[in-house]
Design a protein around this ligand. Structure first.
Ligand SMILES: Nc1ncnc2c1ncn2[C@@H]1O[C@H](COP(=O)(O)OP(=O)(O)OP(=O)(O)O)[C@@H](O)[C@H]1O
Length: 685
């Protein structure tokens, strides 16, 4: 029997699903834990629907509801002052490639790395700072458009990849006096929202069978093979964690298990949503999913609050803000400084100042001249000199003041830039003040709405630019895929041609080896049995007949060689009456006794005549009996002996006559009337 933490039937609402599964996980993430919610199940059972949901607000899935919960908490009215930094990233694992769904080119594969603390991450993955559920939803939409989906018989928009939407929430508590927290605790929670690809158990060996179940063909088959590879790796990890017998957990077997390493048996609170189909035809898959989920339930994770991590971005923000504030403070001009604030209005331009000074001096000089009629001339000259000195001093003072004014302007510009940077940085951090709810204050709500609208505009612009880039990318991608296909087919043709050539070469080598063997054998036969002279004669006459594709022997005359007449002349001529052609030279050689030329009868045997009995020789009739015996012809059935010769050789006539003819027939008779075959030469002997 299988047991689960919650079972939600077909009539359950999305809200109930969220409350039973993801809500507690999101709460933990806001407290600084890692959390993972992943949907597992056969294709078409509603994983994507559960995670994303439908268009109707009541059908919103786990992901948008999690956004709401996160920002509701940040903007909520609970006690405690905190600053939050929220980032979102979105990736998919397609055919064992990790792809950034928010990148300008989402088809680029990212490397999976492990940091010094053992956390696994995708290198180069974009993370966007978000400040509202609407911004987060925009990010999600951009990523979803980039995700690979394909049609199968069981689902028109089947997810062909595993998608992981990650929200990282950094939280800095105990902000001092309304400013950003610089010395307080920092907690970082990471929420993984995972929509796995369909878990149809499609092994390569039974692909054809599966093909009929899912309608997957071609690319779908390859995708399914990869999907099942990573899902079986996930199953192996689950088994290894549950069994606990082996210390080794095969996280490295797939990118999916690598990236979910922390979520399975690590520092994460994890919920697995097992989606099943009520269709009887899917009973096998349903049972397999239920078994899988039951096993996964036994995994024991070790979640802990991630406090003060070294790489917290919010800390960098705080330090930067503190630094900017310090710079701003040092840039403050003293209150009494005439150049500060409204001091500029009290300042006179240098030229004006000099002119005023000069005019008062000349006035004083004129007055002195007026008085000259009444005063002595020496006194007039003294007053004029004093007036000149006063004018020079006033001009120098005016110049110094102009310089000071320019410096003040520059400092003010710098200060304004610092203030702008500070505002910008602070605006990226979300702030939740103690005893203050944004929803209570209409002006604050209006401000937030305006900011959100700005943010949305920005995200929309980014999305538009992204879409334009995507279109270009898509056409380039199509071209690239076309070229890649052409290259692949050329490569396949080249490989098969090479293989064919290699086979043919091997066959040719084998033929050549066999032909060499035959040639060697024929050489052996020639060398052993055919005189070299005869061989050379054949070689001279042999020629290759192109039409018949075979060797032929030319007649001696046609061969045209110088030896041809001699060869012809040396040919032995047949001897009339002889059993075979015999030349005169052979006859002479035979007469000399050379066995080679003794025709067939090279053994000369004496006639095997029984020893003569005295009776036989004494009896003159014996010769007649012997003669009769020699004269006995094969067509005569019986040997007729002369009268009275029955007692010859101890045999009576009936016994002679009864001698079976077969006893004599074994002997060959080459010529009629002759006892045996024999050549002329043999006959003479
Ligand atoms: N609870 C539900 N209420 C209404 N419609 C649903 C529900 N669950 C699933 N659907 C519909 O069923 C279809 C398939 O669902 P979905 O795409 O979520 O399956 P999936 O498990 O993600 O499949 P795949 O693994 O192939 O991606 C979709 O059209 C979806 O809208």
């Amino acid at each position: 029997m299988y047991t689960y933490d919650a079972v939600l039937g077909p009539s359950s609402t999305q809200e109930q699903v969220y409350a039973a599964t993801a809500q507690p996980i999101v709460e933990s993430v806001l407290e600084g834990y890692n959390g993972t919610v992943f949907a597992y199940g056969q294709t078409g059972t509603g994983k994507t629907f559960t995670m994303d949901g439908g268009l109707d607000p009541r059908q919103r899935g786990v992901i948008p509801r999690a956004f709401d919960q996160i920002f509701a908490f940040i903007q909520g009215g609970d006690c405690g002052a905190s600053h939050f930094l929220v980032r979102a990233s979105y990736l998919e694992i397609y055919n064992e490639d990790v792809r950034d769904l928010l990148a300008s080119n989402p088809r680029n594969a990212l490397d999976v790395r492990e940091d010094a603390e053992g956390s696994v991450y995708a290198k180069g993955l974009h993370a966007f700072l978000v400040k509202s559920p609407a911004e987060m939803a925009s990010v999600l939409q951009v990523g979803k458009r980039n995700r690979v989906v394909g049609e199968t018989l069981m689902n028109r928009d089947s997810s062909r990849s595993h998608a992981i939407f990650t929200v990282t929430i950094e939280r800095a508590d105990q902000a001092p006096q309304g400013g950003p927290a610089t010395g307080g605790t920092i907690r970082v929670g990471k929420l993984n929202l995972v929509d796995l690809a369909g878990s149809e158990r499609q092994m390569l060996s039974d692909m054809h069978e599966r093909q009929s179940a899912t309608g997957a063909v071609g690319e779908r088959l390859r995708e399914s093979a990869r999907i099942n590879l990573s899902l079986s790796a996930l199953g192996n990890v689950v088994s290894a964690l549950v069994d606990g017998r082996t210390g080794h957990v095969p996280y490295r077997d797939s990118k999916l298990t690598r990236l979910l390493q922390d979520s399975l048996g690590g520092n994460t609170r994890t919920v697995m949503l097992a989606c099943v189909s009520p269709a009887p035809a899917s009973a096998g898959e349903t049972l397999s999913t239920l078994r899988y989920a039951h096993r996964a339930k036994a995994i024991r994770n070790r979640p802990r609050v991630n406090e003060d991590p070294k790489d917290a971005m919010i800390r960098e923000f705080q330090e930067e803000i503190a630094c900017l504030r310090a710079q701003l403070a040092s840039a403050e001009l003293p209150a009494g400084d005439p150049a500060a604030g409204g001091g500029a209005e009290r300042l006179l331009p240098a030229e004006e100042m000099g002119a005023q000074t000069r005019s008062s001096a000349s006035t004083r000089a004129l007055n002195a001249q007026d008085g000259g009629s009444r005063l002595a001339g020496a006194a007039v000259g003294q007053h004029a000199a004093v007036a000149e000195a006063a004018a020079a001093a006033a001009a120098a003072q005016a110049e110094a003041l102009t310089r000071q004014q320019a410096e003040t302007h520059a400092e003010r510009a710098k200060k304004e830039e610092l203030a702008r940077q500070l505002r910008e940085l602070e605006s990226r951090m979300l702030r939740r003040d103690a005893h203050h709810s944004g929803r209570d204050n209409p002006r604050r709500v209006a401000n937030l709405a305006a900011k959100e609208a700005d943010g949305l505009k920005q995200v929309a612009e980014v999305a538009r630019a992204h879409m334009a880039a995507r279109k270009i990318n898509a056409s380039l991608q199509v071209e690239l895929e076309y070229t890649a296909d052409a290259l692949r087919s050329q490569e396949a043709a080249r490989v098969s041609a090479e293989e064919r050539a290699a086979e043919e070469r091997a066959a040719l080598l084998e033929d050549a080896r066999r032909l060499r063997q035959q040639l060697a054998l024929q050489d052996l036969v020639l060398a052993s049995f055919v005189p070299a002279r005869e061989v050379s004669k054949v070689l001279q006459r042999a020629h290759w007949d192109e039409e018949r594709e075979s060797w032929a022997l030319a007649s001696p005359q046609a061969s045209g060689s110088a030896d041809a007449p001699a060869m012809h002349a040396r040919r032995p001529s047949a001897t009339p009456g002889a059993l075979r052609p015999t030349c005169a030279w052979a006859r002479a050689a035979a007469a000399s006794g050379a066995p080679r030329f003794l025709a067939e009868n090279i053994l000369v045997l004496e006639r095997d005549v029984p020893a003569r009995a005295a009776l036989g020789f004494d009896d003159p009739g014996a010769q007649a009996a012997l003669d009769a015996l020699f004269e006995w012809r094969e067509d005569e059935p019986r040997l007729e002996l002369p009268e009275g010769r029955a007692a010859f050789a101890g045999l009576d006539a009936p016994a002679w006559g009864a001698l079976p003819r077969a006893s004599y027939e074994a002997r060959p008779q080459s010529a009629r009337g002759r006892p045996r075959s024999g050549s002329e030469f043999g006959a003479r002997r």
